[in-house]
Design a protein around this ligand. Structure first.
Ligand code: FMN
Length: 325
């Protein structure tokens, strides 16, 4: 079983990738997307989205990171992929799932799911442009407004040379509304011979086990669920190793406090001052879903903007008595 961290623009950046891969359980990450609109991008754009390129395409904890490209023009995607390949990414992942209007209006992301032939051209152009040892993978939704072209799209990715397909089991129209339709995935898996990875709405070990059973996929991609519960990948592994016992414990809040501290330290070192407090609140906000302590922490820090105050608060977290809420 492989467990991958989902690409999440504005959320799962290199800081959180480092923290989550340090906790453990994930086999690979994907960078935030690098949008290709025509021109050849300077190296600094790739390096900004994926600082791990300076570290052998690995997080500081040593987990490989794949570079994510988003675009619809085969020639410029190929040129940029070749340029990026010089920097040594572990692989290149192509985004055919982004629902953003501004991206779709220009024919990128999920809007390509309406045009499987163009998908094949984009994948083939990128595949041809980068050295054979650099894997090219793709990520899709079930479709744009409906699922009618789902199989054609997956085959187009495979025919273009993608070595793996991640399926976020919803259409663009479904947005992020639960449920994810894991039951659609077996049909797609049967239509292609490359590995298919299931993604969408995996928040708990129970969800992961059900998703594997229903989709028939061994491999999963975890998004918001592992940000909310950083021990999720470890817990899924433990449950699968124990023959599907969903009772396997996730990491407790006390074990996460040092990770929150590390996160804050990295945010202060690497991000712009105006982004820092917001990033901490964003993560705590998602963790509220799993940890009552995160709810209490979020309420305490919610209105703080000053770095000095937040730093003092973070430093005192290990001494805080969480039993008082
Ligand atoms: C804030 C946010 C940003 C995302 N950015 C990307 C992206 O850049 N590329 C992509 O392929 N998917 C992106 N996604 C989709 C996720 O990778 C994933 O497919 C989706 O969140 C479903 O998985 P989950 O239910 O486990 O979160 C994003 C999702 C969120 C919530």
């Amino acid at each position: 079983m492989r467990l991958l961290l989902a690409p999440m623009e504005g959320l799962l950046d290199f800081v959180l990738r480092d923290v989550l891969t340090r906790v453990g359980g994930a086999d690979r990450c994907v960078s935030e997307f690098i949008r290709i609109t025509g021109s050849l991008l300077p190296d600094k754009v790739y390096l900004r989205a994926m600082p791990e390129l300076r570290n052998g395409s690995r997080t500081l904890a040593g987990v490989p990171v794949r570079a994510q490209l988003l675009g619809s023009d085969p020639a410029s995607m190929a040129d940029n992929a070749a340029n990026l390949a010089r920097l040594g990414p572990e692989g290149i992942d192509l985004n055919f799932g982004c629902p953003a209007k501004v991206v779709n209006r220009h024919g990128g992301g999920a809007s390509l799911l309406q045009d499987p032939e163009q998908i094949a051209r984009v994948v083939a152009a990128v595949r041809k442009a980068v050295p054979a040892q650099v894997p090219v993978s793709a990520k899709m939704r079930l479709g744009f407004n409906d699922r009618l072209k789902m199989i054609e799209c997956a085959r187009a990715m495979q025919d273009g040379g993608a070595c793996e397909i991640v399926v976020h089991a919803r259409t663009k129209l479904d947005g992020y509304r639960p449920p994810a339709y894991w039951e659609e995935i077996p049909r797609l898996r049967e239509a292609v011979s490359v590995p298919v990875v299931a993604n969408g709405e995996i928040w708990t070990v129970q969800d992961a086990l059900r998703c594997r059973e229903i989709s028939g996929c061994d491999d999963l991609m975890l998004g918001r669920g592992i940000v909310a519960d950083p021990g999720l990948a470890l817990a899924i592994r433990a449950a699968v190793a124990q023959g599907g016992d969903a009772g396997a414990a996730t990491l407790g809040w006390q074990e996460l406090v040092p990770q929150v501290q590390r996160f804050w330290q990295m945010v202060c070192e690497d991000l712009e001052p105006r982004q820092r407090a917001g990033r901490l609140k964003q993560w705590l906000n998602l963790m509220r879903r799993r940890f009552p302590e995160a709810e209490a922490a979020y309420q305490e820090v919610r209105t703080q903007t000053e770095q000095r105050v937040v730093s003092a608060w973070v430093a005192a977290l290990p001494q805080r008595d969480w039993s008082k809420g």
